[in-house]
Ligand binder design. Structure first.
Ligand code: NDP
Length: 327
């Protein structure tokens, strides 16, 4: 049996990423085989699709960090043919064949059964980005911060993690300040629940170690100077969840926010998130996420269009979430 996949091969010139036909015998080790129905385009997918990044750690590699589909066969008692399953992270597209393929064979420990009431397309509209936004919200709540603590800032607001974070925070009752470089997306961000829009330029230039206290919580996709400024303007006892590096991997901060204001910097990792927290995040996403807002932030594309989408996400040109139909 053959199936279509987007595969990266190592060449003398670097990496060759293209749509190919593969044979089922080429699938990697695993105890559950899945007919993939949907995947997504995340920022990390853009990096892998570019053929220039270090995301891929073995070759050949099938790309796509997320997948959703239907179990075809299983050697485990906890998954049976016909089960609807979701997989985000766990090294897909890095060390294990990923979701841009009509077939996948994976370790069943990585899988989550699609919660009741969530379609596979919706699960991938959420994808790693939405899952990460929920992990960030849970980490903030774990600090005993609530909407009464003050507003929450979301950077990279019109992106995938940002859009999901705005929607989740607003629906939990937070006053949301959205930081974006795209003023043209004001109506979109307000429809997701943002109360106030600020220009990302106000956070991107080097600032003082401490600034005026503005927000009690933050969800940051940008990193670098932006994250340093977000920390410097976080209220006493507040917390910022660091999710991404769209603006850079460095963090030119001082200890001032931590030792003078008791601010916490919360690290968010979606790839190796432990199963218990993973299940809790998906349970809450299925229960809490406003499906109309999810539809507003989602566009669906066929597999062949992921190359273009990957290039555009790296340039910060995509809005919200992209679902890829596979099977
Ligand atoms: P998107 O490209 O969808 O969103 C990123 C957003 O950041 C853009 O839409 C843009 O928002 C803003 N942005 C882009 N470039 C810059 C820049 N140079 N300076 C300031 N802002 C910028 O990506 P995702 O939402 O999928 O991912 C966001 C980040 O989070 C990425 O770095 C990704 O690698 C990381 N990530 C980490 C995860 C984890 O496990 N920790 C999981 C998922 C993602 P706007 O136009 O509104 O300003």
């Amino acid at each position: 049996m053959t199936f279509r996949a987007i595969r990266a091969d190592k060449t003398d010139a670097g990496q060759d990423v293209k749509l190919v036909e593969m044979d089922e015998s080429e699938l990697m080790e695993g105890d559950v085989t899945i007919r993939v129905t949907h995947s997504t385009v995340n920022y990390k997918d853009g990096l892998a699709l570019s053929g220039k990044s270090l995301v891929i750690r073995r070759f050949p590699m099938v790309l796509g960090v997320d997948l959703a589909g239907i179990v075809e066969s299983s050697r485990r008692s906890d998954f049976a043919p016909g089960d609807k399953v979701i997989l985000t992270g766990h090294g897909l597209s890095e060390t294990h064949y990923g979701g841009y393929a009509e077939k996948a064979r994976v370790n069943g420990d990585w899988l989550v059964k699609a919660p009741d009431g969530l379609t596979l397309a919706e699960a991938m509209a959420i994808g790693t980005a939405g899952f990460t936004a929920m992990l960030a919200l849970m980490a903030i709540e774990h600090q005993d911060l609530t909407p009464s603590s003050g507003p929450a800032l979301v950077t990279g607001a019109a992106g995938g993690v940002g859009s999901m974070a705005i929607s989740l925070l607003a629906d939990e009752g937070w006053r949301v300040i959205a930081s974006t470089g795209r003023r043209s997306e004001t109506a979109y961000l307000k429809a997701l629940g943002a109360d106030e829009i600020i220009d990302r330029a106000t956070l991107s230039a080097p600032g003082k170690p401490l600034g005026k206290e503005q927000w009690a919580a933050g969800v940051d996709s940008v990193g670098s100077t932006t994250l340093a400024n977000v920390l410097a303007q976080t209220r006493y006892g507040g917390a910022v969840a660091a999710c991404g590096l769209a603006g850079g991997m460095d963090l030119p901060t001082t200890v001032a926010p931590f030792i003078l204001r008791g601010v916490s910097l919360l690290g968010i990792d979606s790839v190796h998130c432990p199963k218990e927290r993973r299940l809790e995040a998906w349970r809450r996403l299925a229960l809490d996420l406003d499906r109309d807002k999810l539809a507003t932030m989602t566009r669906t594309i066929p597999l062949a269009e992921v190359f273009d989408a990957g290039a555009r996400i790296l340039k910060g040109e995509t809005r919200g979430r992209l679902v890829v139909t596979i099977g």
